[in-house]
Design a protein around this ligand. Structure first.
Ligand SMILES: Cc1ncc(COP(=O)(O)O)c(C=O)c1O
Length: 373
């Protein structure tokens, strides 16, 4: 029999799916990583118009359409004080492909990639697929990543480190001072900083600043997507931004694995980025209200939960058996262990669900907490 590659044998299907299967059909799903809002109407309409006009039938440039990349560059100028040219951006199939390109283009066989632990599941798997070795970094008590931890872990084999703010699965937002430090580390140690900014618009406290703004070298690449900000996970549209030489290398990979991002999705994302932003603001306000309800409920049960300042996840420390007891009560939450070894003893709760669902889920969590204590 033909053998499978060592790279693919080194990874497995994310454990999150098993959790979904363990819960009943009518379970309340607080395991999910996507906003429960519709894509803005003007974004949908832009895709429909492009399809009807026949503009979305063919390949676009490998980079993505010029007008989408101009809209992305405008977004970075507006929100992040970054002056990017359209040829410093590639439109990708979601933030997922953007991460893949960044790792494929920069990591050599056996090189190390420092990743937050607990952290988004793809960092570990995509590093291994690129032939690299993930090095999990524990977080501070407030679940942010300490720049000193990154700096201490750098060796001559380090190719890159990943910063994700606001973060999945913790909801933590790095301070501006931390972001400056990360940029300094990337400059001084000459390692690549992959800044995953897919939750960048969903911040309740503190402020999002990209480390690219602070770096003096071109050692920062940004991964972002329309997925979370515009509730467009199904459209599969993200982007990677960096210096021209880095983009040129990433384009080599993108050209062969993807050719170009989906054309209708590119039109939709362009409209989302350049049109009215009030839907984003409404969504963020709704998430903040739900976060407060969830946080109060968890704290009242005696659980220790660092205040999530962004994204739509909370990550309380939970007693042994708690996650199973919650799932038995038909509420899906994800064990922290699914996000890395340091996630043990935590649970990720997504509040991309209605207030009613959150209230009902809190009842189940109260009952589960009593049962396992
Ligand atoms: C931190 C983080 N980065 C990247 C992604 C990938 O997003 P996309 O759906 O755009 O591929 C996700 C999705 O959950 C995420 O949580």
């Amino acid at each position: 029999m033909t053998a499978f590659s060592e790279r693919v044998e080194a990874i497995s299907i994310s454990g999150i799916r098993e959790v979904f299967e363990a819960a009943g059909e009518d379970a309340i799903n607080l395991g999910i990583g996507q906003p429960d809002f519709p894509t803005p109407e003007h974004a949908r309409q832009a895709a429909i118009d492009a399809i009807e006009a026949g503009d979305a039938d063919g390949y676009t440039s490998n980079f993505g359409t010029q007008s989408l990349r101009e809209a992305i560059a405008d977004k970075h100028a507006r929100d992040d004080d970054l002056d990017l040219a359209p040829n410093q951006i590639i439109a990708t199939a979601g933030g997922s492909e953007a991460l893949h390109l960044a790792l494929e283009a920069h990591v050599d066989q056996g090189e190390e990639v420092l990743i937050p632990d607990p952290g988004f599941v793809s960092y570990d798997a995509l590093t291994k697929l690129a032939g690299g070795t993930p090095v999990p970094l524990p977080l501070r008590d407030d679940l942010t990543l300490d720049p000193a931890t990154v700096e201490a872990a750098i060796t001559e084999d380090t190719a890159a480190f990943v910063v994700n703010s606001p973060a999945n699965p913790t909801g933590a937002v790095q301070s501006v001072a931390d972001m400056r430090e990360f940029a300094r580390i990337a400059d001084e140690h000459d390692v690549l900083l992959i800044s995953d900014e897919v939750y960048e618009r969903i911040v309740f406290e503190g402020e999002h600043r990209s480390p690219m703004e602070f770096a003096e070298s071109d050692n920062v690449v940004i991964v972002n997507a329309a997925s979370k900000a515009y509730s467009m996970t199904g459209w599969r549209l993200g982007w990677v931004a960096g210096s021209e030489r880095r983009i040129e290398r990433m384009l080599r990979v993108h050209q062969y694995v993807q050719a170009c991002a989906s054309a209708p999705a590119q039109y939709a994302a362009e409209a989302a980025l350049s049109g009215p932003q009030d839907r984003v603001e409404e969504m963020v306000a709704a998430f903040e209200e739900r976060r407060d309800v969830l946080l109060d409920g968890l704290t009242d049960m005696g659980l220790d939960v660092p205040t999530p300042r962004g994204a739509f996840y909370a990550m309380p420390a939970v007693p042994e058996g708690w996650v199973d007891a919650v799932i038995e009560r038909d509420v899906v939450v994800v064990p922290g262990r699914a996000f890395g070894e340091h996630g043990e003893g935590y649970a990720r709760i997504s509040y991309a669900a209605s207030l009613d669902e959150i209230e009902t889920a809190l009842e189940a969590m109260r009952s589960a907490t009593r049962a396992v204590q």
